[in-house]
Design a protein around this ligand. Structure first.
Ligand code: ATP
Length: 367
């Protein structure tokens, strides 16, 4: 049973240009057995956060607790956490068996037989039972990553910390390993913090996602919460592929008007109530919510547009639209079977129940 509490944690580094705030007052409570993914663009502070939990970086301010007990002063080896890196970090001169035993020898005083049994069990679990006597150089990248994971599992840690462990694998292997990792994590029930910059990985693997930007926590929530109820424009933009459409608008009475005045979007009463006094806003709509030839041209939420480009992705078509009356483009995703062609004149509808509205200055989601 291990809960991890990252409580008001800040990390600053000094370099020749001065102070860098890599992690800025981040608080996340990770529940026992939870699979939490830290996600965000390059340089947002994901790895630094993970490394502080592992004890590979000191904490500048705040505290990190395992089951309520502060661990900042404990050496990495005394934290009972196992870290898996992108680079595998296997010892090249040792066999798979020796690599997996090494961590056990360091952290436990089990007898030889018991260690061998644990290594074999973990190797079986990772599907590398046949490879135990090989050296890392004789293994494929995928097999090396399995060994790195097996080496973490064999130690029976309280917490798994994983830093982009799948990013050196090709796309097919990566998606296979995602499923396998999830299965193993569920089976073992070990609290896991997993770092990635890949939002698909975050969406598919996690119980909850913590989105970081520029060292700050933008939102913690289930994948669906972050997708359907993003706390701010950053999360709305980062989660989802293709990204949400954003249009700068101004509030005028019970409507949103594009900043050039060309389009007016009437607001439902509940949406208008959520916006308060804010006037400088951004209207957001997910590509799959943009309707092509869905409603009648007379509908106030529908405009005329021309299809610019269509990108088939298999199941879906990604459709790039130019609106006819204003200088605006929108992206829509529609069923791959739909017959649409570039140059087609269509109507584009934005349903009232699909819109998001953000404060333009702060990025905060108002609706
Ligand atoms: P990536 O996905 O590219 O690995 P990240 O989100 O994991 O990025 P971090 O590696 O945590 O980001 O880095 C956060 C910030 O802290 C960056 O600006 C980085 O340059 C800086 N940083 C990290 N480690 C150090 C260090 N040892 N010295 C100085 N600056 C550092």
């Amino acid at each position: 049973m291990t809960e991890v509490t990252i409580d008001g944690v800040t990390k600053t580094f000094q370099d020749s240009n001065g102070e860098i705030v890599a992690v800025d007052d981040v608080t996340i409570e990770i529940e026992d057995g939870e699979f939490l993914v830290l996600v965000g663009p390059s340089g947002c502070g994901k790895s630094t956060t993970l490394r502080m939990v592992a004890g590979l970086e000191t904490v500048t301010d705040g505290s990190i607790r395992l089951d309520g007990r502060s661990i900042e002063h404990r050496q990495p080896k005394d934290r009972n956490v196992a870290m898996v890196f992108q680079s595998y970090a296997l010892y090249p001169h040792m066999t798979v068996r020796e690599n997996m035993r090494f961590g056990l020898e360091e952290s436990t005083d089990l007898g030889d037989e018991e260690m061998d049994r644990l290594v074999e069990e973990s190797a079986e679990m990772m599907g590398i039972g046949e490879l135990l006597d090989r050296k890392p150089s004789d293994l494929s990248g995928g097999q090396q990553q399995r060994v790195a994971l097996g080496r973490a599992i064999v130690r029976d840690p309280d917490v798994f910390l994983m830093d982009e462990p799948l990013s050196n694998l090709d796309a097919k292997l990566r998606s296979q390993m995602r499923t396998e990792l999830q299965r193993i994590q569920e089976e073992l029930g070990v609290t896991t913090i997993y770092v990635t910059h890949d939002q698909t990985e975050a969406m598919t693997m996690s119980d909850r996602i913590a989105v970081l930007n520029d060292g700050r926590l933008m939102q913690v929530g289930t994948p669906l919460e972050c997708y359907h109820r993003p706390a701010n424009r950053f999360v709305a933009d980062f989660i989802g592929d293709p990204s949400m459409n954003f249009v700068d608008v101004t509030r005028r009475d019970d409507a949103l008007v594009t900043t050039d005045g060309g389009l007016t979007y009437p607001l439902a009463a509940d949406v208008a109530a959520n916006l308060g006094d804010a006037t400088d806003l951004v209207l957001g709509v997910r590509p799959e919510d943009v309707e092509i030839d869905g409603g009648s041209a007379a509908d106030e939420h529908t405009v005329a547009a021309t299809i610019d480009v269509i990108e088939p992705t298999g199941d879906d078509n990604v459709v790039y639209l130019d609106l006819d009356d204003v200088d605006l483009s929108l992206v829509a995703t529609v069923d791959g079977m739909r017959r649409l062609e570039s140059g087609d004149e269509v109507t584009v509808g934005i349903p009232e129940d699909a819109i998001h509205v953000f404060d333009r200055a702060t990025g905060e989601a108002l609706h």
